[in-house]
Design a protein around this ligand. Sequence first.
Ligand code: G
Ligand code: G
Ligand code: MN
Ligand code: NA
Length: 254
Amino acid sequence: MRMQVGLARAIEANEFELHYQPLIDLKTGRMVGAEALLRWRLPDGSLMPPAQFIPVAEESGLIVRIGAWVLHEACRQASLWPAINGPAPWVAVNLSALQFRQGGLETLVAAALRDSGLAPGRLELELTESILISDPASVLAAVTRLKAQGVMLSIDDFGTGYSSLSYLTRFPVDKLKIDRSFLQDLGGRGQGQTIVEAVIGLASNLGLACVAEGVETAEVARLLKDLGCGYGQGYYFARPMPAEQLMAFARAQT
Ligand code: G
Ligand code: G
Ligand code: MN
Ligand code: NA
């Protein structure tokens, strides 16, 4: 309850900020996009990670207002990112199931794009498997209308949710993000490697792009590239960082 009051106040007090984690093209090693990750800057200056407050924001419904701020802010900041070497980077934004259940998500996305001037193709929306199976008919309609706006759609934490694969052909998604738990024993002969190979193959056969999350070593990055995974994200490349540092990171690469 205390946190809920704090969260409600945090929106008015402008205490949220977005950090960005680079998404890397594994073939070229270049940053091609970044995932926006929400942080709560408490009045004492400390930073609260989302795992501690997003569950409360979801239970209380505040995630709808917070999520609206995230979309506007991510689009606004991404619209300032220059093309440094190749196309200007895209921004990936995480969505909660509640944002779909509330309705109006398409209107919100359209407003964020219009207000920022960001090209729709530079906005990626990360959906979870639980969103896709929660209310298939209404979510399918909403996702289809979002896709019609020209945004990119990805499935986050792929492989950790329900293993019904039928939604992969029904929903107009562009990309799978392999959950970082499967990268743990990559390079060994464990099941992680089998699953990673299977997901990369599945994505490829369905014409979807593939992102591996939680890349922590050069060996894993090289192995993923050799297995045909297009993109990587993880501490090996860069940790999530404040917006001001992201362009310096992109420039330092060239
Ligand atoms: O940044 P970190 O690894 O601590 O994020 C933890 C979790 O919080 C991740 O699962 C991520 O998807 C989620 N998360 C981060 N930012 C947002 C956001 O803006 N909206 C929602 N719904 N989830 C977020
Ligand atoms: O669920 P989602 O994929 O949105 O979560 C992204 C989260 O993963 C962020 O909170 C980020 O801090 C975390 N993360 C990013 N890269 C790595 C990594 O290489 N290792 C670990 N353990 N976590 C990571
Ligand atoms: Mn994510
Ligand atoms: Na994930």
